[in-house]
Structures are given as structure tokens and as C-alpha cells.
Design a protein around this ligand. Sequence first.
Ligand SMILES: [Zn+2]
Length: 366
Amino acid sequence: MSPGEAPLPARFYPAGGDAHGHPARLAWDGGMLLVQPEDSPALRVPASQLRIEPRGFNHSQWAIAWAGEEGATHTHLLIVDDARIAPLRAAAPALFAAGDTTRRHSHRRFRVGIVLLAAIPLAFVGALLLSVEPLAERLVDHIPPGVEQQIGEAVLAHTRAAGPMITEGPAFDALQAIGKRLARPGEVLHFHLAARPELNAFAAPGGIVVVHSALMAGAGSAEEVAGVLAHEIAHVELRHSLRQIVKSAGLRIILTGLSGDYAPLGGWAAQLGELKFSRDAERAADARGLERLKEARIDPMGMLRFFETLAVNTPSGPALLSTHPATAERIDSLKAAIAAAPGAPAQSIGIDWEPVKNDLNGPPGK
Ligand SMILES: [Zn+2]
């Protein structure tokens, strides 16, 4: 990507600035990233200062961060769609290689840790410990709902500490209304809105669903958000988060289970951050989510549209799909499931989406 080529679009979150983000264009010029925000002076950042990592729902975005003038506590942040990142990747492959290496190392450290964890108590408990995973799996079914709630609260406290939450206004109200429409009678679910620039949503144990403001701002309708929520609620329902936390806790879960004191699990869970589920878990959550949408008489095409917005509606099209096979597969299964059983006629959620978008993006022109 030389300065002569088309600059790539991004959203710019200046250090210490507001949470809305400003449209910006990026170019690469002789080892420097040239950031041209629409409403502030251009910045030139040397490659050596940049940190690049994947972000968001389905890893559909990249975060590019570097220290602000105020020092290390404040960082500038750019969010770029995965489909747009190719020119930068081509111009500065080393930046991405570093991120990949970090990821490989952390995986290796994790594996070494697991081996050590398993090796030490092996002498004491022998073969029992060879089946940590099945044991953890079985333990999940015995964790009482009250404890699940505590673990969820610990994860939520972690989210609150990490950044601002939105607790009123049109977007918050819309989230609550969509959540209420999706909840079954007697079901207790909590929907939280976090002011964050990544297109993301996640489920925590105890019926807690956290939605990032960028996801609501990036959606085209309440039905699209309902699709994401239905998927996340399914993760809660299937206890995927809890299961993943228990598995990640490894052997300490056995001690926890033996002692009957689950409190340390909450602290452990809070440290884990965002959880990654298996492809099977994602498929199961899609199917369950779809059932819930039909039950609530919400148009399932919203769910499909949002996934397509994330994966397909990009200039690179199939190239992106080849790097996100799970997404393409999920879209195909969703399409097939909707076609096979369309369900009763949908009733509109009836939320005008423009005010919600304006609430999150700031007044037009900002
Ligand atoms: Zn999921």
C-alpha cells in the first residue's frame, strides 16, 4: 500500500477522547502509518509503535493501538474491518507476524501449563486425573444456579472495570425491549450495554448477556440485534460459558468441587476475559437461537442478515470467507434451517432503529 493507492477506511478512537470513534483513512508510507481523521489533523505513527490484534464478534475486525502523547495509560485506537486490512497486511506483514507469534506462544505456554498441572498431582490421584475434562464436564451439571450467578457477577464486575457502561437512553431501552421480547416466561436474563468500539457481544454464566455499543450501532434493525441476542442466550442456556470456565480452570476445578466452595471460580472466570467456544458450540447456539426467535415471532432473517453483514457484505467477499469457514458454514446452516421450517409469520419488534444509531454514534456530522 503506497500513498498513491486508495487509503483504507477505519474508525479512530483518540487517546482520552469520547467513546464514539471518528471516521478516518489509513495509508502506509515508508514504514509509517498515516492516519487521516476526517475531523482532526493527520498523524504519522512509526511501525515500531503499533500493536495489531484481531477483535470483535467472529474476529471480523482488527484493533491497531499505540501509546498517546499522555503516556502509556492512554492509547490511540483504530478499528479496521478484516476485509479492508489486506493492503496494510501486504504493506507491513511483520506487524501481523508479531501478533501471530504472540498467539502461538500463549497457546504453547497454556499447553505446557496443562502438562505440568496434570503431571504433579498425577502421583497422588493417578489415572483419575487423566480424565480432567470429562470430570470438569460432569461437575458443570452439579454447580448450583446460585454459584453460576456468582460467577456471572464476577465476570460482569470485570467488564464494568474495563470500561464505561451505558445504563440509559434509546440504545439501552432498545436492548431491554428486545431482550424482554426474547425471554421466556419466568426466565431471568440480564442485558448489559458496554460502550466499546468492537463489534461484539458475549454471554456470561447466570443469564448475563453483554452487548457492545458498536454492535448495536452496526446493526440495521432491532431484528438483527435480536438474532445476536438469541444466539448469546442460547450459550447461556446451554451453559457454554460455565463449561468453558470450568474447563479452563483445569485441575483447580476438581479441588473446588471437592471442597464445595465455588467462590474462587468467580475470580478465575473474571480473569479469563472473552471466551472462545468450539465450532460445535457455535452451531448449537445458532440452532437454539433460531428456535427462540421463532417462538418470539421475530423474523429470523435479521439473524441471517447480521451474520452476512459480518462475513459477506465486504469488497473481498469469498477471500474473507475462506479465512472464516465457520462463518460461511454457519450462514449456510442458518439459511437451510430457516428454509426448512419458516415458523409462524413474524411480528415486527417495532423499534425505530435510527434514533438508536444516533444515540450511539452521536448527532449526525459528529
Ligand atoms: Zn457464539
